[in-house]
Design a protein around this ligand. Structure first.
Ligand SMILES: [Zn+2]
Length: 75
């Protein structure tokens, strides 16, 4: 999988920093912020397969599921 800007389709993408706690939560759900070097568009994209694998191995998936379960029960 190659990351690509959804706006200009450039492949010059770099990871972007998290701005809010909500974005960190999204990251636990395997969505990460990226910024296009070409047009500056900021977007979320699913992590790569390898990134998911490493997160899974570190037990983050279980924590993310717990977090989402808590969110779900609160709303
Ligand atoms: Zn772009």
């Amino acid at each position: 999988m190659t990351l690509q800007c959804p706006k200009c389709t450039s492949r010059a993408i770099r990871p972007s920093n998290y701005k809010t706690g909500w974005e960190r939560l999204l990251a636990m759900g395997f969505r990460h912020p990226f910024r296009c070097k070409h047009c500056g568009h900021r977007f979320f994209e699913f992590a790569t397969k390898d990134q998911r694998k490493s997160m899974f191995e570190r037990g983050i998936l279980a924590k993310a599921e717990q977090a989402f379960a808590v969110l779900h029960s609160e709303f």
